[in-house]
Design a protein around this ligand. Structure first.
Ligand code: KIV
Ligand code: ZN
Length: 529
């Protein structure tokens, strides 16, 4: 069941994980998710074991409202929060959006620093206090669970901040959040602020103190943990640390710091399922298109790789010489061989279950065919291959566009040429194109078949697994009609992976803006020049 302030009082060391991947995380440049992708991420976060899911900012747009509403109606076992500025219409919108949740929270915020009061809000301090009192009471009219955030708290005058929190508690707020909105604080300063607030704000010890950090100086995780040590009991985090500018505090870093060095942080612990960290990280990365840096703690490709000979020698003798965590505890499957081309369907299903993936019969049949295909082309099929293959399969299942056939040729004399056959909602359409490379030519061919004007903003290719026969994964970002869409494709050939990724992004355009389709060929879009 969702956790509230009473549970925290009973269990003083448990840290509530408030995940804001779908709200602050989705504010990462280019990380826009479609409605279906948000539901997929929401399901994965529930499985991961988060306590509170900030599903979005309902007043931001009708699409955001609808996404929060469908998540609230769908997920079980977590509290669903909707963000609202401190005004009645935002709060009403948030209340309507989270109404269907098993446990609903309204999260309302207003800035408290003089910089924000003077330049952004143009309000006096007394007006802010009055607004907080009124709006927290207004929110309480919809749900008992109200969180109040003092935006830019760490650059606010401490005495005023204490007054603001006192007002919010008196009006009924049950969680008080102290955001480091611009990533400005440091661990000792943030801890001292927690201690000051606990001392100065009557009733704060009975509420939940929450922390929300941004990573502008690379200290978000350290700041969050320092606050936990000083008494904070809710951490606001995102998967892979995605978020505004340099991002938010990484969920996986805080969870594993508490699991590994809880003794340093007042014995704080979370109920996150650690073995879901890597699979959830992969899902968020592939759907948002935000690549995880290889040296990222816990979930980066090199987080458990040992290159130096002396380290490898130590590892062979005893793993704990150079590893403080067991990679399998956080969901890394390693590259062990799991299946061969003679493995049957039952073995395939069992292996998928072992790595935490459940498919319905249709999805299983489709994935099994792709697995056989892959096993024909690739010597060893590892667990990592399998996860990549299946996540790609799940992602494309509902897409309106699919690659049927493709061809590309290039040489030293003249431009590359490409041709494709694409299935658009049951109808096969072909197109031809020319370009300054095979991928470019194929994209031109897809444009001539589908006809959605767009620009390629980002293109990234990587190998999913080691070895010459590794699967290539392409993630890209396009802009169509002023909005950004991502796509991800996988194949043993990077040209094919590129075409799949491009079609996945165009599918997202079609799902989001059906009127973006312009029948017939698009005039040449110069993406690569
Ligand atoms: O960074 C911030 O201040 C926020 C608030 C809305 C909590 O995201
Ligand atoms: Zn934030």
């Amino acid at each position: 069941m969702p956790k509230d302030a009473t549970d925290v009082a009973q269990d003083a060391e448990r840290v509530i994980v408030f995940d804001t991947t779908l709200r602050d995380g989705e504010q990462s440049p280019g990380a826009t998710l479609t409605a279906n992708e948000k539901l997929e991420v929401a399901d994965a976060l529930v499985e991961l074991g988060i306590d509170v899911m900030e599903a979005g900012f309902p007043a931001a747009s009708p699409g955001d409202f609808e996404a929060v509403r469908s998540i609230a109606n769908r997920v079980k076992g977590v509290t669903v929060a909707g963000l609202a500025r401190c005004n009645e219409s935002d709060i009403e919108r948030a209340a309507q959006a989270v109404r269907g949740a098993e446990a609903a929270r309204i999260h309302t915020f207003i800035a408290t620093s003089d910089i924000h009061l003077k330049h952004k809000l143009r309000m006096e301090r007394q007006e802010v206090l009055d607004r907080v009192a009124h709006m927290v009471r207004f929110a309480k009219g919809f749900t008992a669970d109200v969180e109040f955030s003092a935006e830019d708290a760490t650059r606010s005058e401490w005495e005023f901040l204490a007054q603001v929190f006192g007002t919010a508690i008196a009006a009924g707020a049950t969680t008080l959040n102290v955001p480091d909105t611009v990533g400005y604080t440091s661990p000792p300063e943030y801890a001292a602020l927690m201690e000051f607030l606990l001392e100065q704000v009557p009733g704060l010890e009975r509420a939940v103190i929450s922390v929300h950090c941004h990573d502008d100086l690379g200290m978000a995780t350290a700041n969050t943990l320092a606050a936990v040590r000083a008494g904070a009991r809710q951490v606001e985090v995102t998967m892979n640390g995605i978020g505004e500018r340099a991002g938010n505090t990484s969920l996986e870093e805080v969870v594993m710091a508490l699991a590994t060095r809880g003794d340093q942080f007042g014995g704080g612990w979370t109920r996150i399922r650690k073995d879901r960290l890597v699979p959830t990280s992969r899902l968020v990365s592939s759907l948002t298109g935000v690549v995880v840096q290889p040296n990222k703690a816990i979930v980066g490709a090199n987080a458990f790789a040992h290159e130096a000979g002396i380290h490898q020698d130590g590892m062979l003798k005893e793993r704990t010489t150079y590893e403080i965590m067991d990679p399998t505890d956080v969901g890394w499957e390693g590259t062990r061989l799991v299946l061969g081309k003679h493995s049957g369907r039952a073995g395939f299903r069992n292996t998928l279950q072992e790595v935490g993936i459940r498919l319905d019969d249709d999805q299983l049949n489709e994935s099994y065919q792709r697995f056989l295909d892959l096993a024909d082309r690739k010597k060893f099929v590892t667990a990592a291959d399998l996860v990549a293959l299946v996540s790609d399969q799940l992602e494309v299942a509902d897409d309106p566009l699919h690659l049927v056939r493709w061809n590309a040729s290039l040489g030293s004399n003249g431009p590359a040429t490409g041709s494709v056959v694409v299935n658009r909602e049951g109808q096969e359409i072909s197109g031809d194109g020319q370009g300054n490379g095979a991928v470019h030519a194929l994209f031109q061919a897809i444009d001539s078949a589908i006809g959605i004007p767009c620009e390629l903003e980002d293109y990234h290719v990587e190998a999913v697994t080691p070895g010459e026969d590794a699967q290539g994964q392409v993630r890209l970002r396009i802009r169509a009609n002023g909005r950004v869409y991502t796509g991800h494709g996988l194949a043993t050939d990077v040209i094919e992976a590129s075409a799949r990724a491009y079609l996945a992004a165009l599918s997202n355009v079609l799902q989001d803006q059906p009127t973006a389709i312009i029948p017939g060929p698009v005039s040449a879009v110069s993406r690569w020049t």
